[in-house]
Design a protein around this ligand. Structure first.
Ligand code: AMP
Length: 487
């Protein structure tokens, strides 16, 4: 197995790696760092979560350790599609260059030009930027890119989605032909292939296993939901979301709630807040200072629910996210993998739950094709509550299916979409009055363990589905061992 010490990184960089506690390079690092240090162009095909940021930051700072920056002429340039990603790359630079004297500037929208101009004027070793903001600076005549020796394009496929490719081409043409290029993309769409053929010279191609399958540590499920009426869909869907959150109980320590549209990000965040949940939105239309504040709050554990758009949350590295809720089925199947990859990071357990409406069927199928597996159907927790609240059948009434507790068994069994008119009308629990932290999970017994024990029990259940009983699962079997003892 490759060790960091085999990679010919500078001693001060190695020291910083030791400080971070990393033991071995990830495959993208082991593959990309040696050719990068030899001065070769690198085409890295890897997704976020693979350690790709260090795969370009480590060789860059090793190489930049020699030489000095000149005023207004950065020596290296990193382009990232979003402000948050650019900021994350900047954090990585700080972390790995603590033992070196390197200067950097972060050029992102929403931050005053004046401050950024001052940094550039002084001369920087590394310029980290979003493409639009970089070109704004260039066009104002404040920046020269002719001194760029190393240029990194990070998340090129997302740049493509966001329409940044013309900007990237322009930036390439403003940098010297002799520059070294490190280019990273999760996928190789034809347009990306064209760019790499045009601007990279005989690159070392390093490809790590495509994340078309989700991490095995993530428990996935989808609730198929049909609104009682089309004009009630949004409201009823938010009811379902809250019921799903409630059903997770204390195991849901924090979560990212993904919506497809920015307007829905705002609406869902507002709705959750109205119902006493600690939630805030993050998307591209918010002020940068607000985005930074919200993200920091979530990272620090001061915010429980982050409602996000794909762009805002792309590539964000936030450890310890217990849950991802896909309020909407993403329209690009790959976004599903990216979204749920925000949980279950670094081998930790995670839960990814999704709501699918009949019009999402095509996109749901596309996701299942991409990940080559069927996402287990979970019952709509509102429907489960409605059935549980229904009066008991008369002795001579025909036998009904037993109302099932929401256990691993029900989670993993394919359930029919539940008609919501039965659900909404019969389920006043849809609007929990108590604060979520105070509210007791409806489907759990009073003496259920809490905190870590609860999480462990939940994991145990999920891993232990009851098979072979069809729909006639006696309710005592669905109980955990602990619950069987107390009931
Ligand atoms: P990235 O793909 O760059 O977003 O990195 C994902 C996560 O992996 C980050 O939290 C890094 O700090 C972490 N990471 C990067 N390299 C290593 C390594 N060699 N060993 C362990 N963790 C790493």
């Amino acid at each position: 197995m490759t060790k960091f010490s085999d990679l010919k990184l500078g001693p001060k960089v190695l020291k910083a790696i030791t400080d971070t506690g990393y033991e071995t390079p990830t495959p993208i690092q082991a593959g990309a760092i040696p050719p990068a240090l030899e001065g070769r162009d690198v085409l890295g095909i890897a997704q976020t979560g693979t350690g790709k940021t260090a795969a370009f930051v480590l060789p860059m700072i090793s190489m930049l350790a020699r030489g000095r920056a000149r005023a207004r002429m950065p020596r290296s340039l990193v382009l990232a599609p979003t402000r948050e990603l650019a900021a994350q790359v900047a954090e990585n630079f700080d972390k790995y260059s603590t033992h070196l004297k390197l200067t950097k500037a972060l050029l992102i929208g929403g931050v005053s030009f004046k401050e950024q101009d001052m940094l550039i004027d002084r001369g920087v070793d590394v310029l980290i930027a979003t493409p639009g903001r970089l070109l704004d600076h260039f066009e104002r005549g404040k920046l020269l890119l002719t001194g760029v020796q190393i240029m990194v394009v990070d998340e090129a496929d997302r740049m493509l989605d966001m329409g940044f490719i013309p900007d990237i081409e322009k930036i390439f043409s403003l940098t010297p032909f002799t520059r070294q290029t490190l280019f990273f993309s999760a996928t190789m769409a034809p347009e990306i292939e064209r760019i790499t053929n045009t601007f990279l010279s005989n690159p070392a191609r390093v490809e790590v296993a495509r994340q078309s399958s989700a991490s095995e540590t993530i428990v996935q499920s989808v609730v198929e939901f049909t609104a009682s009426r089309k004009d009630r869909q949004s409201q009823e869907k938010r009811n379902v979301l809250r019921a799903m959150i409630e059903a997770e109980g204390a195991a849901c320590t924090n979560a990212i709630v993904f919506c497809n549209r920015k307007t829905d990000v705002d609406i869902v965040a507002k709705s959750l807040k109205t119902h006493g949940y600690d939630a805030a939105p993050i998307h591209g239309d918010l002020e940068q200072s607000k985005r930074t504040e919200v993200l920091q709050g979530f990272r620090d554990g001061n915010l429980r629910f982050l409602c996000a758009s794909d762009v805002a949350a792309r590539g964000l590295d936030i450890p310890n996210v217990s849950h991802v809720f896909n309020y909407d089925v993403p329209s690009h199947a790959e976004d599903y993998v990216h979204r749920i990859g925000r949980t279950g990071r670094a081998g930790r357990a995670g839960t990814a739950l999704m709501i699918s409406t009949p019009s999402d069927e095509k996109n749901l199928t596309a996701i299942e094709t991409l990940i080559s597996s069927t996402i287990p159907r979970a019952e709509n927790p509102l429907a489960v509550a409605a059935v549980a609240a229904a009066p008991a059948p008369a002795a001579d009434a025909p036998e009904k299916k037993p109302s099932r507790r929401r256990t691993s068994a029900s989670r993993t069994r394919t359930a029919k979409p539940v008609e919501a008119d039965a659900v909404v009308e019969a389920a006043p629990v849809a609007e929990p009055q108590a604060k979520p932290e105070e509210a007791k999970p409806r489907t759990r017994p009073e003496r259920a363990p809490r905190g870590k024990a609860r999480q462990e029990q939940d994991r145990g259940r999920r891993n232990d589905p009851v098979v072979g009983m069809g729909d006639h699962l006696p309710s005592f079997i669905a109980l955990s061992f602990e619950e069987r003892r107390v009931s």
